[in-house]
Design a binder for this molecule. Structure first.
Ligand code: GLN
Length: 532
């Protein structure tokens, strides 16, 4: 078992998650059994209760954990499944320790950051490899080196390196090379300082990955190497690229995977097999045409809030050689008056997941437009619920139909809480979360898309289509084409009278992969390309 730790220096948002996922992909493509995990230094137990503006999307794992969006990159790049053990926060670490302390596990002892917090971090670093025999576990440490809250993680990783030795634990430091426009020079000083900071904590990086807007010259590389104690061949350049999906190839060109394998004393055989990935990239780079899709949500200012949806559309597009022209629309801005203008020229309408009242009426207006004009429509989670509300209001004529999330007193609660959610007071981790089975009705659009009777999709919501109204909805032409059999809950709705109108209570975007696009997104993009 071997461990790679990836730290970040100088500034945040350097793309540590993408670099980690790309390295993981390269090693996996050489036949190694790889997994990746993320450690976040904040005190929330998980990001489930955070606002998307604050944190971006919450990625939901198969086993129902609400996690950091970097786990999405790991799953998409490697085609693996992560779990609740793949994302650890300081909140989780302290929760464990405090519970143990209250139970009396430390009777008579002072509980301290060193050794108790660091020991618990080390236990979690190696937990995945105790459950499955991975060749290499890659751990991304969130935050930036120098942050007070990151210190225990760096100390724990240092200890693991000391205990297992340099052929089993490696450190990669991702850093920024600054370009000064005025003098047209690349500046390495911030990198030197952030490496110093790491060294002060007793960690010598084995590899430096340098984000840079301009290529690093031989001299610059040598200078960085000399001043940071990192061998020259391990000073890796990471240029800004037009798409994240080229990052594995760039790192490959820099021989990052070989450097790593050599340091681990593992054989370097042939080349990594990236055939499928290359096929996807070809479609991405040489699209035959463009498809314009409107993504309607309420956090659109921050594209990270819809990360998985965006990537799932790109996967589907790449495999069909279709370029996705994504039009981000704030649902709050949509009205009956401007809808035709705002949605002019769009070939597909996707209404995003979300919580709360804000922007709901705009979503209803957009869905009505898609339904009446025959424009391909995909509604995800809240997007599906709003499609049901729109249908109840404008087809059944129940003008006050709503979800009890937005209007607890609506006379037509077509979307409502399940009894088990009604008495739930605790907010964290209490939604319907993770993968549930969904039985697909034959002779439906859903069947055409999935081509099988049973699928598993991931959930994150409290409200459900209210079965009291299902008969009326179905009699008026709304088909429930997927159900969760155990509880007879509607999972998929569609309109057979429409060319492509489908809403799903789950989040298909969490299961789209670079090498295996999700059938629902594939079908949606296909329908949109055919719509003129
Ligand atoms: N707010 C809705 C619910 O809780 C939908 C959630 C979502 O879109 N993820 O059921």
């Amino acid at each position: 078992m071997r461990y790679i730790f990836i730290t970040g220096g100088v500034v945040s948002s350097l793309g540590k998650g993408i670099v980690a996922a790309s390295l993981g992909k390269l090693l996996q493509a050489r036949g190694h059994h790889i997994t990746l995990q993320k450690f976040d230094p904040y005190l929330n137990v998980d990001p489930g209760t955070l606002n998307p503006y604050e944190h971006g999307e919450v990625f939901v794992t198969h086993d129902g954990a609400e996690t950091d969006l970097d786990l999405g990159h790991y799953e998409r790049f490697l085609g693996i499944q992560t779990s609740r053990d793949h994302n650890v926060t300081t909140g989780k670490i302290y929760q464990t320790l405090i519970e143990r302390e209250r139970k009396g596990d430390y009777l008579g002892k002072t509980v301290q950051i060193i050794p108790h917090v660091t020991d618990e971090i080390k236990r979690r670093f190696t937990l995945l490899s105790q459950k499955e025999s991975y060749d290499i576990v890659i751990t991304e440490l969130g935050g930036t080196v120098g942050d007070i809250e990151s210190l225990p993680y760096i100390e724990a990783a240092r200890q693991l390196h000391y205990e297992l030795g340099p052929t089993r634990v490696l450190f990669i430091h991702l850093t920024l090379i600054v370009y000064l426009e005025a003098t047209q020079e690349l500046k390495t000083k911030p990198t030197q300082h952030s490496v110093r900071e790491l060294q002060r904590s007793g960690v010598q990086p084995d590899v430096l990955i340098c984000r840079t807007p301009k290529p690093l010259s031989r001299e610059v590389r040598s200078k960085i190497a000399l001043l940071t104690n990192v061998p020259r061949n391990a000073v890796i350049q990471a240029l800004d690229l037009p798409t994240i999906y080229e990052v594995p190839f760039q790192l490959r060109k820099e021989k990052l995977d070989e450097v790593i394998l050599r340091k681990f004393r593992l054989p370097v055989r042939a080349e990594p097999d990236l055939t499928r990935w290359e096929a996807f990239l070809r479609g991405l780079h040489q699209p035959m045409h463009t498809v314009r899709i409107a993504l309607i949500g309420k956090y659109v200012e921050l594209h990270d809030a819809y990360k998985s949806i965006q990537e799932a559309l790109i996967h589907a597009g790449g495999w069909q050689a279709v370029q996705i022209d994504l039009l981000w629309i704030h649902s709050q801005e949509l009205t009956q008056e401007n809808i035709a203008r705002r949605l002019r020229d769009v070939q597909g309408i996707l209404v995003a997941p979300g919580f709360g009242e804000r922007g709901i009426e705009g979503k209803i207006t957009a869905i009505r437009y898609a339904r009446e004009r025959g424009i391909p429509f995909l509604g995800i989670c809240l997007g599906m619920q709003v499609a049901v509300i729109e249908f109840a209001r404008h087809v059944l004529g129940w003008s006050e139909a709503h979800s009890t999330e937005m209007n607890p007193h609506t006379p037509y609660p077509v979307i409502d809480l399940m009894p088990e959610q009604r008495h739930q007071r605790q907010k964290g981790g209490t939604m319907r979360l993770g993968a549930y089975p969904c039985a697909i009705e034959p002779d439906t659009l859903a069947w055409e898309i999935y081509q099988k009777p049973l699928v598993h999709e991931r959930h994150r919501h409290r409200y459900e289509l209210n079965n009291t109204y299902r008969k009326d909805l179905e009699a008026a032409g709304l088909k429930v084409s997927g159900i969760y059999p155990e509880k007879n809950l509607a999972e998929i709705i569609e309109l057979p009278s429409h060319p492509f109108f489908i809403g799903v209570q789950f989040h298909p975007e969490f299961q789209s992969r670079v090498e295996e696009p999700h059938p629902l997104f594939r079908a949606f993009v296909e329908a949109a390309s055919q719509h003129s």
